[in-house]
Design a protein around this ligand. Structure first.
Ligand SMILES: Nc1ncnc2c1ncn2[C@@H]1O[C@H](COP(=O)(O)OP(=O)(O)OP(=O)(O)O)[C@@H](O)[C@H]1O
Ligand SMILES: [Mg+2]
Length: 427
């Protein structure tokens, strides 16, 4: 995006910034929430990501430099001095544990109140988890009131003396979460929220009806493929696979003996994830490592390399979708997103391996300016972080601890955030 110099103003309450710290790119998207529910994207900043491996910070110095670069560009383009951001977290350290929680309703009228839900969630968060992990979120799946099950919407306002809930508890490695938040805070911005990346992406690429009838989302990024399975409107299962677009590029480097830059170029220009989708098997000219000696290859040879790795991605995804134990109930099929989904023929290969209808997830939900700029699967997480943040800000107040303060724009300390059990009640 071309930099347009604007007068810089401080970030106010209507401005929300999504910071996607990806393995290959970092992007900061600045949005303004307007009164009529419209959201304008007013600026984007991007930088190549150098300090992450498979979604995890491995070089804090390089990560900080990349984040600073993306934030500076976003500030320049939006004219906003960024003070706080919503950040995404992913990686194969993320685990999803199924658990239950029970509380007694002790108010005299026996009406379930927000406070009861908060206690229920807190109770759920008391489970034993490995000492090097911490809870990122607790997501209620189903409520049971006095033994009456099948309650998927909020039970607030219903009557009962005992409330049970089936919950999904999302955990991550303490060190990975701390490393990421420390990098962000070193860039002089506060963290509004840390959101599981597949949840963020789901906000921008999945429709509510898809989440209700059952859908699996695969965010094929550079370093990780995130799997998230939704049913009855809630996240049922999530997992991270350490194979994605960068490994595809790497395979091309190794197989053809060319530079990473050149491999990336031919992957995007001529790459096919499914050999069957090639209509016209042209010869391709590629720069050898020694630039004076061009090499020749064919689209079908390139496709064979790509297909082998994409097969791995979809076979592992299929296992994870089955691990959700609701693979037979996914009536909306699969939605693929992330930059890795942009290789031609990806949808067709995914359909063949997964045996379900597959659609490409392009961010939607923004109604104002600069829309075209983010209409790509690579912005699914960045846009989703903004939509998720707006939903959290507009959700009913569940109390200070869960919403992180009584002001709409909460500030979270790097340590403090994870000790709080966050509620995805709106999910
Ligand atoms: N037009 C395109 N065609 C094919 N592949 C593409 C295209 N654009 C991007 N990619 C690939 O998408 C991958 C990056 O995707 P994305 O930006 O979603 O990842 P990320 O968010 O940086 O990483 P992660 O989510 O794994 O941390 C790269 O491997 C890149 O080669
Ligand atoms: Mg990503």
């Amino acid at each position: 995006m071309k930099s347009v110099k604007k007068k810089i103003k401080a970030q106010d309450d209507e401005i929300i910034v999504g910071l996607d710290v990806g393995t290959t790119k970092i992007c900061a998207i600045v949005a303004r929430q307007k009164e009529n529910d419209n959201i304008d994207i007013i600026g984007i900043g991007r930088s190549p990501s150098k300090g992450l491996h498979r979604g995890i910070v491995v070089n804090p110095g390089k990560t900080i430099d990349s984040i600073k670069e993306a934030l500076a560009e976003a500030e320049l383009n939006s004219g906003v001095r960024i003070k706080s951001v919503s950040v995404g977290i992913a990686g194969h350290h993320i685990r999803c544990i199924q658990s239950t929680s029970t509380i007694g309703i002790n108010n005299p009228e026996r009406v379930i109140q927000e406070e009861d839900i908060r206690r229920l969630i807190e109770q759920a968060g008391l489970i034993r988890i490995p000492s090097d992990t911490q809870i990122i979120s607790v997501i209620p799946q189903e409520y049971i009131i006095d033994g009456k099950d099948g309650i998927y919407d909020t039970p607030i306002g219903m009557f009962g003396v005992r409330l049970d809930a089936k919950v999904n508890i999302i955990t991550g490695l303490v060190s990975s979460i701390d490393d990421l938040s420390q990098c962000v805070k070193t860039c002089d911005v506060d963290i509004d929220d840390i959101v599981l990346e597949p949840i963020a992406s789901s906000y921008s690429v999945l429709h509510e009806t898809e989440k209700k009838v059952g859908v699996a989302m695969l965010d094929i990024g550079g370093g990780t493929t995130d799997v998230a399975v939704f049913k009855k409107g809630v996240l049922r299962y999530t997992a991270g696979i350490g194979i994605a677009g960068s490994l595809v590029t790497n395979d091309i480097v190794e197989a053809l003996g060319i530079s990473e830059e050149e491999a990336e170029r031919i992957k995007r220009e001529y790459g096919f994830a499914s050999i069957d989708e090639i209509l016209n098997d042209e010869e391709i000219s590629v720069k050898g490592i020694n630039r004076n000696v061009p090499k020749k290859t064919r689209k079908s040879i390139l496709a064979r390399i790509i297909q082998a790795r994409m097969l791995d991605i979809f076979q592992l995804s299929a296992i994870e979708i089955m691990n959700s134990q609701i693979h037979k109930e996914l009536h909306a099929g699969v939605v693929i997103t992330g930059g890795g989904s942009l290789i031609k023929g990806t949808k067709e290969l995914a359909e063949e391996i997964l045996g379900m209808e597959v659609n490409l997830g392009i961010p939607t939900g923004m109604k104002g300016g600069l829309i075209k700029e983010v209409e790509s699967p690579i912005y699914a997480t960045g846009v989703g972080l903004i939509l998720h943040r707006i939903k959290m800000m507009n959700a009913p107040d569940f109390g200070n601890e869960l919403k992180g303060g009584n002001s709409k724009r909460k500030k979270i300390t790097a340590k403090g955030v994870f000790n709080k059990i966050k509620m995805w009640f709106d999910e």
